[in-house]
Design a protein around this ligand. Structure first.
Ligand code: AMP
Ligand code: MG
Length: 403
């Protein structure tokens, strides 16, 4: 059986092999958050475009602004002012943050380090050459490539594009991810369940996770545990960029997902992973499309999505697969788990001291959605550990939607 790291790497390897060029669209910078860039973005000029003051203060010749020196202030420069004239010898100019430093000046002295008497400015300490000035072109040259295809657009990247006037960006279309739940007991969320039926919460969590991962969910509803119904709906799902199924992958008599996929020509890369919850997770490729069969217990579905489906969506978006963001924390409570499988337990991490502290939450197992809704992370218990002591260093996987 593969470890979760091996299984995840297998997904990255197989989906990586198959990712082709993505269809793209030109998207306004206002709407491009979370998309993956499909073009280069170059600067339209040097950055900064002029020697820029980073402080409110006085533009000076550093050699003249010695401790105790007095210089006549002959004017002021506001941010946005046109600056053509050089600083005269023996004078200074009041200058604001973001304003252009005049030629001749080689330092800006913070206003806090000066005194003023009418026109005369008194300097308290020695000015260093270049202080509080960002030189023209020091952030980027003109026509320099600052963003490249495959870059995920977060708020800083969007601001960078905006800075250079790239108001519209060619972006990869979000991969369309078909979501199909399975099970005779499953009814639609807005249907009234019979006494022994349950609502389809997995399609809701999966759609949310697909969105968070940068994909576009295509919810196909629920397939009964029957070969024909499964076959038809899987066929439909394979028209999208990837297919995620929930349920029907365990050892039960009516767990038919794997055999139906197999009959449709699927090649499987794993059908079990050494984790709890989520052990029966399946990954294969069917008719050229990545297919994930996630176990139906809701917490299993959520965990296995994060571990195995999220990196595939990165790759299908034209980006690199992001690393699993495991974080080190201090265990806040001793615990005991069955060894043999790595556990991903609903847990709460708090940032009180220097090191985050984590405690597992009480739960009723992988059907307990309420426990996960109280959690802000998963506590990762390695497969070879049976007991863990308070104060031990452990790994957590933050829930990226709530942290
Ligand atoms: P399965 O993996 O098909 O054996 O399903 C395991 C358990 O997960 C079932 O007994 C259901 O209680 C639950 N389950 C399956 N599908 C869903 C779903 N779409 N939404 C919520 N719970 C589900
Ligand atoms: Mg089932």
């Amino acid at each position: 059986m593969l470890t979760f790291e091996q299984a995840r790497n297998r997904v990255i390897e197989e989906v990586g092999k198959r990712k082709g060029p993505r269809a793209t669209a030109v998207i306004s910078v206002w709407d491009a958050l979370g998309l993956v860039l499909a073009q280069e973005v170059k600067t339209d000029r040097e950055y900064p475009p002029f020697d820029r003051s980073t402080r409110d203060g006085y533009a000076v010749r550093s050699k003249e602004a010695l401790p105790g020196a007095q210089l006549k202030c002959v004017g002021e420069i506001k941010a946005g002012d046109i600056v053509r004239d050089a600083l005269g010898l023996g004078t200074c100019l009041q200058i604001m943050t973001g304003a252009a430093v005049p030629s001749g000046a080689d330092a800006v002295v913070m206003i806090e380090h000066t005194g003023r008497n009418g026109d005369v400015v008194l300097f308290e300490r020695a000015a260093q050459q270049g202080q509080n000035i960002v030189p023209k072109g020091s952030e980027a040259a003109a026509a320099q490539t600052i963003l490249t295809p495959g870059k995920r657009l977060g708020y800083a990247e969007l601001a960078l594009a905006a800075q250079v006037g790239a108001a519209h960006l060619d972006c990869a279309l979000r991969p369309r991810v078909a979501i199909l739940s399975t099970g005779d007991e499953v009814v639609l969320v807005d249907e009234a369940p019979g006494e022994f039926q349950i609502r389809n919460s997995n399609s809701v969590s999966l759609a949310a996770q697909v969105r968070l991962a940068g994909g576009e969910p295509v919810v196909l509803g629920n397939a009964a545990d029957r070969i024909e119904d499964l076959g038809e709906k899987i066929e439909r799902g394979l028209k999208e960029d990837a297919l995620v199924l929930s349920g029907g992958v365990s050892m039960g008599k009516y767990d038919l997902v794997e055999s139906v996929l197999k009959a449709m020509g699927a090649e499987f890369f794993f059908d079990a992973v050494a984790i709890r919850p989520g052990k029966p997770a399946v990954f294969g490729v069917c008719q050229g499309k990545p297919v994930f069969g996630l176990p139906g217990n809701p917490v299993s579905t959520m965990v296995t999505f994060e571990l195995f489906v999220a990196p595939a969506i990165d790759l299908l978006s034209g980006a690199e697969a992001r690393a699993l963001p495991l974080v080190e924390a201090r265990l806040g409570e001793a615990m005991k788990e069955k060894p043999g499988l790595a556990h991903f337990l609903p847990a709460r991490v708090e940032w009180r001291g220097a090191v985050p502290e984590v405690k597992a939450l009480k739960w009723q197992g992988s059907g307990d959605i309420a426990a996960l809704a109280k959690a802000n992370c998963f506590l990762v218990v390695p497969a070879d550990r049976e007991t863990m002591e308070i104060g031990e260093s452990v790994s957590i996987l933050p829930r990226k939607d709530v942290i």
